[in-house]
Design a protein around this ligand. Structure first.
Ligand code: ATP
Ligand code: MG
Ligand code: MG
Length: 596
């Protein structure tokens, strides 16, 4: 279950604990604790998947625990909608992985749970001369901070007495001050070569209601101050974060060290940084995702083209494919820019194993078997070519069928004129007067083409079937028919809508040339096929699953997915499927056809 290769973080934890998760013996339990701390200011995306997947995996490898903590210290950007979507996403990405023994205890922790404690920590720092109230304006503070090459200088308020600082801070808390009037800062070193150590802000005034604490507070702690405290309180041993926090680590450690004597915290968590996930042909920045949604380039946060976890879920990507992707990408300190196809390959690998096969005709062309007498013949065939345990399905055959429009090459019609009367190179499927095999059933021969009076496009083929060719048989004296195509019988087939997705961006690095990533949005990234027709076994499965969804909201995630033979992997769009309409999303093509 732990497919992460050994990496620099597992090595550090091995050194810290003298435990070896890569040996034969499973580590039953240890004090190792990690956490996943998203801020509820947006929807989770593939980048978060990397962090959540690794934090859970590390905890499990070392027999420890992983906390889910909402880092909710900035009420102006946060919202309960985000809180709910984050929790749903995290549950989803873990689903099917642990049986009863998950590293996450299911408790939802929040930084706001610790606001009282964090406030006490601030008071302790003030009392011990490690923090002061500064009354410079934001602009002045920036000016005093200095630059990378120039040291900063002390604020004139830096020498306020402990008493004055305590009083002002309490007034800030009591709501007596305007936003921006004061901030609380750590007193460290305005000449430090690390700008993060030049008296960073600990608290700022915000007269804003918080989604959890309401109007109790009008001062809110900064991320850099609340984070080490929350980690210590929860006895997190290894606080894993992305590389942009490397320069913040000295302040993380400073906070812990200065607060240990207070007795308010007693643990000493260790921060370790790894590189962010970047993926080509998409965007992972929260700002850009918000723009795509708000300016309606996509249909909401769960649009199946988005790299959000809710979008990938709706598309039908199995959570195990996401985990496989995260494991394959691995953990290191090196920046990387992963090809989108790596994710698609993981999807194919997982779905190939997991999905039943079915016939679905995406763009139907009617075929009438002129010499067919009587009713339906039923063929019982395997659901999966390699996994017999998946069982069988029944596909009816009869007088009226549909085949894929693209499986017939209309040599005698407009198509043939364009091609100079020559079929495309290597075309082995149906031609006028020629034969093709309908998979699992019979060989048919096309004898007549019925055309649309105006366009001359074929609307129906009159064909004869060869009774001796049943279920793969080739009678003596007849040469083997090369082409094999899929088909669906008309009276039992189920009409459905198929949404076919392509990449959301036309280029690998959206916005690289023009500076505007929206210019590279692929306008043809959604193709809706509204007259597709699928074999009846699919409908039976869908009715089952819809009943289950009604009974129990939790099975929402157990989406139904198929490999439609010769077309790709498709999953039920549970959000828009109802008793009257069957809608499926294409999750992935059968192989990488991008750019072909
Ligand atoms: P933003 O700066 O847009 O708010 P963020 O990185 O701060 O994004 P959070 O919700 O605070 O987003 O992140 C929660 C966790 O997910 C953090 O530990 C963060 O490091 C991790 N994370 C976010 N994006 C990525 C990414 N692209 N690759 C790896 N980890 C990521
Ligand atoms: Mg954030
Ligand atoms: Mg953040």
């Amino acid at each position: 279950a732990f497919a992460y290769a050994p990496n620099f973080i597992t090595k550090i934890i091995q050194e810290d604990t003298q435990l070896d998760p890569f040996s034969e013996t499973i580590i039953e339990s240890s004090k190792i604790k990690t956490r996943f701390p998203p801020e509820p200011n947006g929807y989770l995306h593939l980048g978060h998947a990397k962090a959540v997947s690794f934090n859970f995996a590390v905890a499990r490898m070392f027999g420890g625990a992983c906390h889910m903590r909402l880092d909710d210290t900035n009420p102006s950007k946060e919202d309960r909608e985000y809180v709910e979507s984050i929790l749903e996403d995290v549950k989803w990405i873990q689903s099917g992985l642990y049986d009863g023994d998950a590293p996450w205890d299911g408790k939802v922790r929040k930084t706001s749970d610790y606001f009282d404690l964090i406030y006490d920590c601030a008071i302790f720092l003030i009392q011990n001369g490690h923090a002061y109230v500064d009354s410079l304006s934001a602009d002045e503070m920036r000016e005093y901070r200095g630059t990378l090459t120039e040291p900063g200088k002390d604020s004139p308020f830096r020498s306020r007495s402990v008493e004055e600082n305590l009083q002002l801070f309490q007034e800030m808390k009591a709501g007596k001050c305007a936003e921006g009037e004061h901030v609380l800062r750590a007193k460290i070193d305005m000449a430090s070569p690390n700008i993060n150590m030049r008296d960073p802000t600990l608290y700022r005034i915000k007269h804003e209601s918080h989604q959890e604490t309401g109007d109790k507070w009008c001062i809110y702690p900064m991320y850099d101050f609340s984070h080490p405290i929350s980690d210590a309180v929860e006895e997190i041993t290894h606080s894993l974060c992305t590389l942009e926090f490397e320069d913040h680590r000295p302040f993380y450690d400073w906070t812990i060290q200065k607060l240990l004597p207070s007795g308010l915290i007693s643990a000493t968590p260790r921060q370790i940084e790894f590189s962010r996930l970047n993926i080509k042909s998409t965007v992972l920045s929260k700002r850009k995702l918000i723009q795509l949604v708000e300016e309606k380039h996509v249909n909401g946060w769960d649009d199946p083209r988005l790299p959000t976890l809710s979008g990938l879920r709706r598309r039908g990507v199995p959570p195990s494919a996401l985990r496989l992707f995260c494991e394959r990408v691995g953990i290191s300190k090196a920046d990387s820019n992963i090809d989108y196809s790596v994710l698609e390959d993981c999807v194919r690998e997982v779905m190939d194993e997991a999905c039943s096969r079915a016939f679905c005709v995406l763009n139907p062309l009617k075929v009438t078997i002129t010499n067919w007498e009587g009713g339906l013949e039923k063929f019982t065939v395997d659901r999966h070519p390699k996994l017999a345990e998946m069982g069988t399905r029944v596909i009816p055959f009869g007088k009226s069928l549909f085949i894929e429009r693209s499986d017939f090459f209309d040599l005698e019609g407009p198509e043939g004129k364009l091609s100079g009367g020559i079929p495309p190179k290597g075309f082995k499927r149906l031609l006028p007067n020629e034969m093709v095999r309908l998979r699992y059933a019979y060989v048919i021969q096309c004898n007549e083409i019925i055309r649309d009076a105006e366009t001359q496009e074929p609307i129906e083929l009159k064909c004869a079937y060869l009774p001796d060719t049943r279920a793969g048989n080739t009678p003596e004296g007849m040469s083997r028919v090369q082409g094999i195509i899929h088909w669906v019988e008309e009276s039992t087939g189920v009409k459905c809508q198929i949404n076919q997705y392509d990449r959301l961006f036309k280029v690998e690095e959206p916005g690289k040339d023009s500076g505007d990533f929206l210019k590279d949005v692929n306008a043809d990234s959604l193709e809706i096929l509204s007259s597709a027709i699928v074999e009846p076994s699919v409908l039976t499965d869908v009715v089952d699953i819809l009943e289950k969804i009604d009974e129990n909201k939790d099975t929402y995630h157990s989406t139904l997915a198929y490999q439609f033979e010769r077309s790709g992997y498709f999953a039920l769009d549970t959000a828009s499927t109802g008793p009257e309409s069957l809608v499926l999303n294409r999750v992935a093509t059968l192989r990488d056809t991008w750019g072909v």
